[in-house]
Write a protein that binds this ligand. Structure first.
Ligand code: DGT
Ligand code: CA
Ligand code: CA
Ligand code: ZN
Length: 580
């Protein structure tokens, strides 16, 4: 199970859940009184002066407040206790995608959103945009030119706001040349990217860069003259902000050596982590801010992060853990995980070639894997059902297996494994017969179609597939594409429990668009005793290096090398891949 967060759930989260319930009920054309009851309760909770969870714990009767009857008080109690409540949970299962967000677009509303879903299968902003762009929306009853124009304008605004965050791989490409450039500035000593980038979040809102330099450096002139700068938002001696041509924001702050560690800690965040650490400091009469750790007026630490943590009485906490998801408590109890590292990874178990939709040959992929120092790599092309990706027919797979064996014979230092990425069909069977599966070393089993099944159906489908004795690895287990496609509905806890029982592995897909399992799911995997595999799903040689992105998510999910199958030797790995 999830470790319960030490912080009580904020009122705003409870209020959001109640409001979302009202939205979803409205989309279902429910009784308006029931809808309004949820909206009223939401507003009341949002405006409470105390924290609802704490109030309940202290015995306050919430029904004393306007708009909260016995029934709703019970539901709020359920949210406070479990972080969820049954009405919303079941509504979310019944109503796909982001219909509740779409209904707030001006010109839409609940009824129209429901109609768009029924007639055009629209469940998210991207699909709505496509329907507007292609003119299909005009064909729906009640949608005229004016509505269409309204929606188009609103989509532009929403997507613009949404796209301010970028995928971490994209931000890496912006950050690397900028950091190299800053390091060339006169008198510059250290340059470090802090913020969510350093915590390896899957998307990043802006770059927070810290610099130390000798006195009288012209670092801010240097920074603002960077060729990719589109606009200087502000420029000062110690802090400047610019927008790059991609519209992405970069903050640069100049720090003193004496408080560099404290500043790095502050600007690495997360804010929630910082607050939790500061609280512990205060218990010891120590004040922590970006200028250092102070007892009274006296700075007692600040030069390095380790020094600051140590003076507060904590071991060093890795940036990826700093989300206030229990890491501070774990640090206090000396129970921090020893996080998996990129250098622990011994091979890649999800790689495509030009047999299907990859760009490189088997030999090219194998040699690139060898160059990374791996001791094994599995070739896993698509199965027959996935025709759009050139899925192999059985005889083509047989031919590929022979070629893999031949190339493996000719390569030293790395073992090529015969694999497949086999589709999980809608009824839960695998897209290859058992005799073919039996002759392979690695079977990655993935969902590539029917994303919109109900949670129950999708879960059953996967569980059924896992009953197949040849099922090794569940590929990209939620199917999400970051900022592009929602995860399909699935009961991850049930899947993980089943995987743990059967010895199935779950993939952390390191492809820059995917990164699923995500951080939360990785943590859940460790807690439920599921072993994961971190794989790149490479479609060309350069993709093999995306392994670091998957490792980043695994680290955010508290995973140690022992939780990750492809940190093991080939011999140990083969045991995990044996049919059951
Ligand atoms: P992002 O950019 O949205 O992906 O996320 P972050 O975490 O990089 O957030 P950002 O850029 O707003 O701020 C960078 C760090 O600075 C943040 O992780 C913690 C710290 N910070 C910013 N504002 C505050 C604040 O009001 N209080 C505290 N304690 N820390 C803050
Ligand atoms: Ca940031
Ligand atoms: Ca920032
Ligand atoms: Zn796939």
């Amino acid at each position: 199970m999830f470790v319960k967060n030490a912080m009580p759930i904020p009122n705003s989260d409870i209020a959001d859940m109640l409001n979302q319930t009202a939205d979803l009920l409205e989309i279902q054309d429910e009784n308006p009184f029931r809808v309004r009851a949820y909206r009223n309760a939401s507003r009341t909770v949002r405006n409470l002066s105390g924290n609802a969870a704490e109030m309940i714990a202290e015995g306050t009767d919430l029904t004393e407040y306007q708009g909260i009857g016995k029934d709703l008080a019970g539901k709020i109690g359920q949210i406070v206790e479990t972080g969820a409540f049954d009405v919303l949970t079941s509504l979310r299962q019944q109503i796909p995608g982001e219909l509740d967000k779409l209904m707030h677009i001006s010109g839409l509303g609940a009824k129209r959103v429901a109609r768009l879903y029924k007639e055009l299968d629209i469940t998210n902003l991207e699909q709505l945009k496509q329907a507007v762009d292609s003119g299909r929306i005009r064909d729906v009853e009640g949608f005229g030119k004016k509505t269409e124009d309204n929606i188009r304008e609103e989509i532009g605004r929403l997507m613009g706001a949404d796209q301010k965050r970028l995928k971490i791989a994209v931000v890496e490409d912006l950050a690397a040349p900028l950091v190299a450039y800053l390091k060339k500035g006169e008198g510059v000593k250290q340059v470090t990217v802090a913020g969510s980038f350093r915590r390896r979040k899957d998307t990043v809102g802006d770059l927070d860069i810290l610099v130390t330099c000798k006195k009288h450096s012209n670092i801010m002139d240097h920074f603002t003259r960077y060729e990719d700068v589109q606009k200087i938002v502000s420029k000062g001696a110690t802090r400047s902000t610019v927008l790059l041509r991609s519209n992405f924001q970069v903050d640069v702050r100049v720090m003193q050596d004496a408080n560099y560690g404290a500043a790095l800690m502050y600007f690495t965040g997360s804010k929630e982590h910082n607050i939790a650490v500061r609280k512990i400091g205060l218990q010891k009469k120590l004040k922590l801010n970006e200028y250092g750790l102070f007892r009274g007026e006296k700075r007692v630490a600040g030069r390095t992060e380790s020094e600051v943590y140590a003076r507060i009485g904590l071991p060093y906490i890795e940036p990826e853990l700093r989300e206030n998801r229990g890491e501070v408590e774990a640090a206090q109890a000396n129970r921090l995980p020893k996080l998996v590292k990129l250098t622990d990874i011994k091979g890649d178990l999800h790689v495509h070639t030009n047999y299907t939709d990859g760009h490189n040959s088997i030999r090219e992929m194998a040699e690139a894997a060898k160059a990374l120092g791996y001791s094994y790599v599995a070739i896993t092309d698509h199965s027959q059902h996935l025709t759009i990706a050139g899925g192999l027919q059985p005889d083509a797979l047989r031919k590929q297996m022979e070629e893999i064996e031949a190339i493996d014979q000719s390569l030293r230092g790395i073992t090529l494994l015969k694999g497949t990425e086999v589709d999980i069909l809608e009824n839960g069977t695998l897209d290859w017969p058992s005799d073919l599966l039996a002759d392979l070393d690695v079977r990655v089993c993935s969902i590539h179609h029917q994303f919109t099944l109900s949670k129950e159906q999708q879960t059953t489908r996967i569980l059924k597939a896992m009953d197949n004795p040849y099922f090794n690895i569940l590929g990209h287990p939620t199917g999400r594409l970051i900022q592009d496609r929602q995860a399909y509905a699935v009961d991850m806890e049930r899947i993980m429990k089943a995987a743990a029982e059967r010895g199935c592995l779950l993939e952390v897909n390191a492809h820059s668009d995917r990164l699923d399992l995500n951080d939360i799911h990785c943590k859940m995997a460790a807690e439920l005793g599921v072993t994961v595999v971190i794989s790149t799903d490479s479609h060309r040689t350069s993709h093999l290096e995306n392994m670091r992105l998957g490792v980043g998510q695994a680290r955010r999910g508290w995973l140690e090398a022992g939780n990750v199958a492809n940190t093991r030797t080939l011999g140990e790995l083969r045991k995990l891949l044996k049919p059951r």
